[in-house]
Design a protein around this ligand. Structure first.
Ligand code: DGL
Length: 247
């Protein structure tokens, strides 16, 4: 299968990392809209417009599947992307909610969703989790983590201060949904902050679990063909991809 992975910028590489670890695809084409990131502070119509443009870009490649790594786009634009795409389009919100439900069997568990302002305002995770029977949900926009990760700040005083800023009055949840592409890169800091018993849900692992459920992968591809595109400064994206993905 030939897959396209779309994100607003570089963050979706965390999802690519999980896809590569599981060797699911023969060919992977990544597109990051680095010229227009961040999407998480934009409004619904803008996010949908950009997402449809990404679908148009992917039409150059005859893909079998598009994976939307970006939580913000997954929360707002999946239906519109599906309408204009010529292949299936899947996002990370449904798979993240399903992965939570597959591990967390007590429906009264406290779940904290963190993401961009747009993702949190969309209530997309709440809709999916409610449908799966979960009621004790809290969501918090934690957008400052995005530039910190882009600055490669994964620990230390600034990150600690930001964690305290957002969570000092937050009750420790049973599960924490990392509802933003960048957050897996600070998962150690989040796990330390909340404690080792808190279940962390990572979009990349969740989408792999979901893909393995809906498709049958007969072959594994340890050396897939990879191509990285960006709407601005593709060299920078490729350099980060090399660093994060060890390719
Ligand atoms: N990729 C976005 C997400 O997962 C985070 C960065 C942005 O705001 O565009 O929601």
């Amino acid at each position: 299968m030939k897959v396209g992975v779309f994100d607003s910028g570089i963050g979706g590489l965390t999802v690519v990392k999980s896809l590569l670890q599981h060797q699911l695809f023969e060919e992977l084409i990544y597109f990051g809209d680095t010229a227009r990131v961040p999407y998480g502070i934009k409004d619904k119509n803008t996010i949908i417009r950009y997402a449809i443009e990404a679908v148009e870009f992917f039409k150059n490649f005859e893909l079998d599947l598009i994976i939307v790594a970006c939580n913000t786009v997954s929360a707002y634009a999946l239906a519109e992307m599906r309408e204009s795409a010529t292949c299936p389009v899947i996002g990370v919100v449904e798979s993240g909610a399903l992965a939570t439900s597959n591990t967390l069997h007590d429906k009264t568990s406290d779940i904290l969703i963190i993401g961009t302002k747009a993702t949190v305002n969309s209530k997309a995770y709440e809709r999916e989790l409610n449908a799966l029977g979960f009621k004790n949900l809290q969501a918090k926009a934690t957008g400052l983590f995005v530039p910190l990760v882009e600055e490669e700040i994964y620990n230390g005083a600034i990150l600690e201060a930001t964690l305290n800023h957002y969570f000092h009055d937050t009750k420790t949840p049973h599960a924490l949904i990392l509802g933003c592409t960048h957050f897996p890169l600070i998962s150690d800091a989040l796990q330390n902050y909340f404690g080792k018993d808190v279940l962390l849900i990572h979009s990349g692992d969740a989408i792999v679990e979901y893909l393995e459920k809906i498709f049958t992968f007969h072959t594994r591809y340890p050396e897939p063909i990879l191509q990285f595109f960006a709407s601005e400064n593709p060299e920078a994206l490729r350099a980060i991809a090399k660093k994060w993905l060890h390719i």
